[in-house]
Design a protein around this ligand. Structure first.
Ligand code: FAD
Length: 601
């Protein structure tokens, strides 16, 4: 027995991307239901700190900025792995989106009539621009372009967006987990979901289904991501067997995860002028990257930190070696005004007052460039009536390295662009309900649940398997990769996958939502994604952006200027990897200009 709901548009995910797309559909007069694991305002979007990129050019250091400059930074940042037609739409729309969010209530930090020292230079703002939306410096950008609200940008954006959702009367069913797509191999009709309040099964059918379930950082042992970011929504699409995931091997490590909780310390801290120091208190980044120093692209800074630690300059700690992030020289006022969230985080979770002491940091898994492959309209490859956007999707704005500040921007820009496409598509779509198909998918889900429950303590231990999966990715598929370690990961994960198909429950398998069952159910899908990351990395015999192969340290445009597309056919033990060309419309592949060139000639 199950309850069912129908709508014009069903959005799975209530973060910034899902809510923004829902707003477009609702504005077009469509009836929308949003599903979320948690109350919308607790989605990971609200944890974003540093800000979003848009080339407004209001601040003195942003003067001369334009969508063209933003375009070049984004393409170079991606190591020429992104879709350039997508990047073009994105950079042109970002200034509109940032102002729209202002109109919807985001209290952006503004240009102030003040003089300020930055890396020894005095910054004098243009009096004409005072009061306009300002921007801070971020990694890999030629201009100061990251619009912010102190260091709580995600919080203000999501609260404003959710208020619009409430105002438009959009229905949200929270604590509701979408588990399986209802599809017939060519078209998607909705999802089978399970209530996280009482464990009952629900069926949602819609003309158009949208997946906006965020990233999957929690496949790694150390991640800055919220605990719910384990990729359940992406796994759901992958499990269909017909939807490909793009570039899963493109995993971003943020240079400054705080040791040992791995909570993020925003790039804004370095954007405001923070330095990285080694065990001797020495500022090492200028030696490696004289031009960009701490604000080279994220992948570059992360590699440089690890290189310096490997050379024996890290600070020893019970949690492994780390370096220091020092913001003391910014002064108490600036820290407590513009970096107040990370100050609270450092005080609360590490007992450190960053006004007086440096913060221990190490590169930590942070973002997933890959995800459900879509075309530039957000339409998912392989199934009709299905769209995806936000971090869950591979739209592919980021290629092999996302620039800081380009992801919050992606959520609201793609939300706007793809949202309009969804609204347009839905106008002409029909709501077809094939009860036999629905029954089949409901039975599938119920069957999976019954099997796990009936195995009980005789089944495999899901906690152990999950931990081993996380450690395998952490140790073998990290910042520096080699064929040997990657092959070992593929083998280990293959074994874990077999075991994950036989998980049981360690507890009493009680009725109701049962958090143990929730985790056990998700596990096989997570391991499939983990193998796909490792296999994609093993096969990609070059280095590009965040994917760095020590045995193939150069970017190889001749053979690898292409995107990985991974399929998981029914009953398979490994993904089937295919490739498609990257769209180059404006900027031919070139050198990124960091340290020594890694481009193969
Ligand atoms: C700590 C941190 C700081 C960051 N700072 C910045 C920054 O300063 N600038 C920047 O550009 N980017 C930043 N990012 C990245 C950026 O915040 C995210 O990429 C972006 O917010 C993701 O938005 P989203 O809407 O795609 O997903 P999310 O905000 O993660 O939302 C996902 C939604 O999907 C729901 N969901 C998931 N699975 C299911 C399911 N099976 N069924 C139903 N619902 C489901 C969840 O409940 C949630 O509502 C940061 C990320 C982190 C982790």
């Amino acid at each position: 027995m199950y309850q069912s709901f129908s709508s014009d548009v069903l959005v799975v995910g209530a973060g910034l991307a899902g809510e923004r797309a829902a707003v477009s559909a609702a504005q077009a007069g469509q009836n929308v239901i949003i599903l979320s694991l948690i109350p919308p305002r607790r989605s990971h979007s609200s944890a974003a700190q540093g800000g979003m990129q848009a080339s407004l050019g209001n601040s003195a250091m942003g003067k001369g900025d334009s969508p063209d400059v933003h375009m070049y930074d984004t393409v170079k940042g991606s190591d020429w792995g992104c879709e350039q037609d997508v990047a073009r739409m994105f950079v042109n729309t970002a200034p509109i989106a940032v102002r729209e969010m202002s109109a919807w209530g985001v209290p952006w930090s503004r240009v102030r009539n003040e003089k300020r020292m930055y890396e020894g230079t005095e910054i004098v703002e243009d009096p004409e621009k005072v009061g306009l939306i300002t921007a801070r410096n971020f990694g890999g950008t030629a201009k100061w372009r990251t619009c912010y609200t102190s260091d709580g940008a995600g919080h203000t954006l999501l609260y404003a967006m959710d208020s619009v959702v409430i105002k438009l009367g959009i229905t949200v069913h929270d604590r509701m987990e979408a588990i399986e797509l209802i599809h017939d191999g060519t078209r998607c009709y909705g999802v089978v979901a399970r209530s996280l309040r009482d464990g009952s099964i629900y069926v949602y059918t819609a003309k158009t289904t949208v997946i906006a379930t965020g990233g999957f950082g929690r496949l790694y042992a150390a991640s800055t991501n919220a605990v719910i970011n384990d990729g359940a929504g992406i796994a759901m699409a992958f499990n269909s067997g017909v939807v490909p995931l793009g570039n899963m091997e493109a995993i971003q490590f943020h240079p400054t995860g705080m040791v040992p909780s791995w909570i993020l310390i925003t790039e804004g801290a370095r954007g405001e002028g923070g330095h990285l120091l080694d065990k001797d208190g020495y500022r090492f980044m200028p030696d490696y990257e004289p031009k960009y120093m701490e604000l080279a692209s994220r992948d570059v800074v992360s590699r440089r930190i690890m290189q310096h630690i490997r050379a024996g300059h890290g600070v020893d700690s019970p949690y492994g070696p780390h370096v220091w992030l020092d913001i003391r020289h910014l002064g108490e006022h600036r820290i407590n005004t513009y970096l107040r969230e990370i100050s609270t985080i450092a005080r609360t979770f590490a007992g450190i007052d960053p006004v007086k002491e440096p913060i221990p940091v190490r590169p930590t898994q942070h973002y997933t460039m890959g995800g459900i492959r879509t075309n530039k309209d957000g339409k998912v490859y392989g199934l009709d009536n299905l769209f995806a956007l936000g971090e869950a999707a591979c739209w592919d704005l980021h290629g092999f390295n996302r620039l800081g500040g380009n992801s919050l921007a992606e959520t609201v820009v793609a939300g706007r662009i793809v949202g309009e496409k969804i609204a347009e598509f839905t106008k002409h779509a029909t709501l077809e309900v094939n009860s036999a198909l629905i029954e089949e998918h409901v039975r599938n889900v119920e069957g999976r649940i019954d099997q796990i429950r009936s195995r009980g303590k005789n089944g495999e231990n899901w906690v152990e398997i999950r931990k081993e999966m996380q450690m395998t990715l952490e140790l073998n598929v990290g910042i520096f990769r080699t064929a040997e370690h990657l092959q070992e990961a593929v083998d280990k994960l293959g074994n874990l996958y077999e075991r994950s198909l036989n998980v049981g429950l360690m507890g009493d398998g009680g009725q109701g939502a049962d958090p143990e069952l929730v985790n056990a159910l998700r596990l096989p899908g997570m391991v499939r994604m983990a193998i796909t990351i490792a296999k994609g990395a093993l096969e990609r015999k070059e280095s590009r952006g965040s994917h760095f192969r020590e045995d193939y340290p150069q970017r190889d445009d001749q053979n690898w200027l292409k995107r990985t597309l991974a399929y998981w056919p029914e009953g398979a033990k490994e993904p089937d990897l295919k490739y498609e060309p990257v769209t180059i419309t404006e900027i031919p592949p070139g050198d990124r200009g960091y340290g020594e060139s890694n481009v193969k000639k």
